[in-house]
Design a protein around this ligand. Sequence first.
Ligand code: TXA
Ligand code: MG
Length: 333
Amino acid sequence: MTQTLIIRDPLHSPASLDAAAKILLDGGLIVFPTETVYGLGADARNAAAVRSIFAAKGRPADNPLIVHVRSLEAVRLAATHVPPAALELFHRYSPGPLTLVLDRSDAIPPEVSAGLPTVAVRIPGHPVALALLERAGVPVAAPSANLSGRPSPTTFGMALESMNGRAGAIIDGGDCELGLESTVVRVTDSKAVILRPGFVTAEMIAETTGLPVREAGSHAKHETAHSPGTKYAHYKPDARVVTASPEDVASILETYAGERVTVLCLESASGNLTPREGVRVVRFVNVREYSRMLYRCFAEADSEGSSLIVAETVLPEGVGAALMNRLRKASGK
Ligand code: TXA
Ligand code: MG
């Protein structure tokens, strides 16, 4: 057990951000907010600190981490080559929910990338994350701040729940604005392959780069080897997650009569579900709101004792592709 420092209102207390930066530089772990989900960060140059991230999360050693930096200059230090398409994407969508996989330079130890010759780099769009990076002045390796296999924390409470006693400090940055992890893209001079869909969509990447864009996993089997993380269980709450199309939600509920169920659905799609004992229905105004709230709703379903979550499917377009990707994995598909 580590004694965990809790930092509240970080932007109004520069001294506390300095303390967090010092913990990082001394080889400790810091939980910090980003616009997507909370991250569990270590000094990316420090191999021992990076290894302690894997220990704190129970993360498989072959699942590489994302390096967080605050500027394009820092990206250039982490990578040996930044292809023109990658530059265009950084200019357009960073700081923001976009991670690019580039060729790794010697400035980043192999532990960060689980031995791969590449490195995933992102400039996060959250003021607290940027302030921390600024003060620490080092690249910060950070996966999502959940225990391996669990939903990513999107509120301070969820981050505290998963990492209290495991990190040197946890910074309260409130609720995450986006709620799903960044888009991960492997960009070379000739193509872009989406390894994990997110808010920066395939259409946006194609439009910005003019390159052919593919989704890993939708094609040849060997593609999954490019993003080792994709083979593990992910985003799973205690409750079982079952997906259902809007027209099937009501009949699925009948199949599971007697269970405590949380239903997640769009206001527009599932229509009037007849209320019944043991069934809690959470409705979202749109796909973006559904995405933002997904992991929080998973956590709430667990704390309310639901044994089943019925999640309505959405069209896999735009942000819907990212939401469906997480729902498929959470339901074990
Ligand atoms: O939004 C986010 O990306 C959050 C916040 C904290 O920045 N981070 C996050 O990290 O989701 P994590 O570790 O939970 O997911 C990183 C994903 C994994 O699927 C991993 O396999 C992939 O990125 N990845 C990391 N480095 C890679 C590399 N060199 N090549 C291919 N995939 C990589
Ligand atoms: Mg994760």
